[in-house]
Design a protein around this ligand. Sequence first.
Ligand code: PLP
Length: 379
Amino acid sequence: MNVYFDNAATTPLDPEVLDAMLPFLQNHFGNPSSIHGHGRQVRAALENARKTIAHLINAAPAEIVFTSCGTEADNYAAFGSVRPLGLQHGITSPLEHHAVLHTMQALEKQGMQLSYLRHDARGRLDLAHLDELLATHPRTFVSLMHANNEIGNLNDIAAIGQICARHKAVFHTDTVQTMGHYRHDVQQVPVDFLVGSAHKFHGPKGIGFLYRRSGQMVDALLHGGSQERNQRAGTENVYGIVGLAKALEIAYRDMADHQHHIQALKNRFMEKLRAEIDGVDFNGTSAEADQSLYTVLSVSLPSSDMNEMLLFNLDINHISVSGGSACTSGANAGSHVLTALGCDPTRGTIRFSMSKYNTAEEVDYAVEQLAKMYRKVPA
Ligand code: PLP
C-alpha cells in the first residue's frame, strides 16, 4: 500500500481541476493584458475566476488579488498595510506559520513594535490578553491564523475579529489551512484580510489569493505593470487562476460530504491509536472535534529509541507524513509550535493530514505499521 497522509503540506490535483486548466496550457495562451481577441478571451476567463472566488466567500470581485502562493498573500497584507497605514504595533502568536511569523519579525526589524499573544499548553489563545494589548496599542496590525498547520488548532476568528473591530485594529488571518475546508463568509466575520492557496485544496501549486476588504488601504508588493488594479504587477498565472477557482468551487460543492468522510477517518485514527499504543496522546486541541481542523491529527508518541527514525520507518513502508518534535534546549531544529507549547522533546510527533482521497484501509495500515514500532505492552 502507498499512503499519502501529508495533505496539510500539499494535496493531489483533482482531475476536474486539471481538465479546467488544460485549455489554458494549450490553446488559450493569450496575455490577458492584450487587447486583441487572444488576450480578451483569456481576460474573460481570469475575471470569471475572480468572480467565482469572490462569490464563494461572499466578497466583491475587486476585493480578490491573485498572488503566487499563500506566503506572498501573507507578506502582501502585512507589508502592504503596516507602513503605509503608519501602524506602529503588531500582534501575532508564536504558533503562526513562518509565512506570518517571519514576516512580522521582519517588520519588527524595520521598527514596528511586536507583541506575542499568550496561549495555554494546548495552544488556545488568550483573547483577554488580545483585548488588553489592543486597549493600550490602538494602531495595531493583528495577524492570527484560523487553523494551525501543525497541530490543527482552530481559532475563533469571529471573536478575534470583533475584538479587533472594537479597537479599530487591522485584522489579517492566515486561512491557508481552512480555505476550501470550511465556508468563509467575509460579511459574517469582521476580517480585513484572508488568504487562500490552491494547492491545499486540490488545486495547482504556485497560485493563491488575498481577500482585501474594500477600503482597506494596501500598498503593492510588486511594482511594474498595471495588472490586478496596480496591486500586483506581472503577467497573471492564468491556468493557475482558472485551476484555483475550479478547485474552490469543487471544495464548496462537496464540502459537507468531505468533512463527514475525513472526520470519520480522524476518529478512526484516534480510536485505533489509543487501542494499540500505550501512552499515545494528541497535541494541541487536535483530538477535540469542535476545536480542531478535521483534516489534521497531531499524534504525540511515547519517548522511544524509535523516534529518531520514525518518519524514515514510515517512509520505507510507503507512508508519507510530516513530523518533528519540540526543540531540545539550545538546538534550533524542530518544531517552533511544539516548542512553544512546551511539549516534551523526547516524545515523537507525527502529523497525519487527510483528504477526500484517503480511505479507512489506509488508516488501518498506518496504525498497524506504527503499532509494530510501539507495540502496546500486554497488561
Ligand atoms: N500558512 C499556513 C498556515 C500554511 O500551512 C502554509 C503552507 O503550508 C502557508 C501559510 C504557506 O502557503 P504557500 O505554500 O501557498 O506559500
